[in-house]
Design a protein around this ligand. Structure first.
Ligand code: FA5
Length: 359
């Protein structure tokens, strides 16, 4: 009977296994261990041939195989050590990295502050549609169709069929559309509403954006007069801008209030004087004009006593009740806060986080 294998053939197979092991250089220690030294691994497959050798060859074959096994074990354990050194050390006691968190947009913060200020004196915050019928935005506010006063509002019209009684649909140009809607909601005075919403006009420059916000106050009751209006404006100035802030009203014209006013707040930089304290111009000897306001005052919006026709449109008897209303821009009012000195409100609607993160 001839034996199937000679010692030199075994040596060739050992050599081939060594070459394969060298080619598996990139494999991790765990995989090498299974492939070469596992129960069904290449080493055991090779060792099984020992039975096919002449008995005189077996001691030599055993020596060669033992040597091979020792080599494989040493190489794999060296690889394991290298891997352990490469593994990054983790300190589980180090505090975690917080995910970046945002905060409320400055205009949302301003709206909350304005709401709280008016709620403290009994106003109720309401919201009315931002896309509304011509009736609520113009007609019921004493601005009949084709009246030239409508031109001032630079309106966006919605291209939908008009309502038979309420006319065309528009993007609200002001929050004054809430006036008659609030009268309809409550039916009868007393009314003390603060309506804050988004408004739209075809305007765009440093102090105007196409989308902006207004807050609208409306108070209707028996015996309401201009002193109540002025007292409310003064209260807001102190609460929003600080105890030093002053307000003034100037005659103006709105179709829905009579008399009508524009409302100004004193400039916090020059305190309403229009000049910077202690800064004398070397050439002219004059004092420096305040560049933030130029006149000492900032206009924020309109106000006035509710026109009798508006009360009538809301189903309220103007012989029994009177009221005042005001409507100011949120962005404008907010941009005048001390420390802000914001001379371009468009920044508020940019996406520059370096700006927004300051609030
Ligand atoms: C009005 O909108 C009146 N409805 C205000 C009113 C209400 C008067 C109740 C009487 C009674 P006016 O068009 O002036 O008025 O706008 C008021 C304020 O809104 C402005 O002073 C300004 O602060 C702000 N505003 C107006 N247009 C823009 C705009 N395009 N971008 C930013 N703010 C604006």
């Amino acid at each position: 009977m001839t034996k199937a294998m000679t010692i030199s053939e075994l040596e060739l197979q050992i050599k081939a296994l060594r070459q394969e092991f060298a080619a598996d250089d990139g494999l991790p220690a765990g995989e090498l261990s299974v492939k070469y030294l596992g129960k069904n691994g290449l080493f055991n497959q090779l060792a099984a041939v020992i039975g096919q050798l002449e008995s005189t060859d077996r001691p030599e074959a055993g020596r060669l195989l033992n040597q091979l096994k020792a080599e494989l074990e040493a190489a794999i354990s060296k690889r394991l050590q290298e891997e352990e050194q490469q593994t990054e050390w983790v300190d589980l006691t180090i505090p975690g990295i917080r995910p970046p968190t945002g905060h409320l947009h400055p205009i949302t913060q301003a709206i909350s502050e304005i709401t709280r200020i008016f709620e403290r004196i009994g106003f109720t915050r309401v919201r009315y549609p931002e896309v509304d019928w011509d009736w609520y935005v113009f007609e019921a506010l004493n601005m009949p169709q084709n009246h030239p006063a409508r031109d001032e509002w630079e309106t966006f019209f919605v291209d939908t069929p008009p309502h038979p009684e309420r006319g065309r649909m528009v993007l609200t140009t002001h929050t004054s559309n809430g006036q008659v809607r609030e009268m309809e909601r409550l039916g009868q005075p007393p009314i003390r509403m603060i309506n804050i919403g988004r408004t739209y006009r075809r305007q765009q420059d440093a102090t105007h954006t196409q989308v902006f916000h207004q807050f609208e106050g409306l108070v209707v009751d028996k015996g309401i007069n201009i002193q109540h209006l002025k007292g409310t404006i003064d209260y807001f100035a102190r609460e929003f801008y600080g105890p030093e802030a002053k307000s003034r009203i100037r005659p103006f014209h709105f179709k829905f209030t009579e008399p009508s006013f524009e409302v100004d707040f004193s400039c916090h930089i020059c305190h309403g004087t229009g000049y910077l304290e202690g800064q004398v111009d070397a050439e002219t000897g004059g004092t420096h004009k305040c560049r933030f306001c130029k006149s000492g005052w900032h206009e924020v919006g309109g106000a006035g006593m509710v026109h009798p026709n508006v009360l009538k449109a809301g189903g309220i008897d103007p012989d029994e009740y009177t009221g005042f209303a005001f409507g100011w821009g949120v962005e404008r009012t907010y941009s005048l806060k001390e420390g802000l000195n914001l001379d371009d409100i468009r920044l508020l609607y940019g996406t520059d986080l370096r700006f927004l993160e300051q609030f």
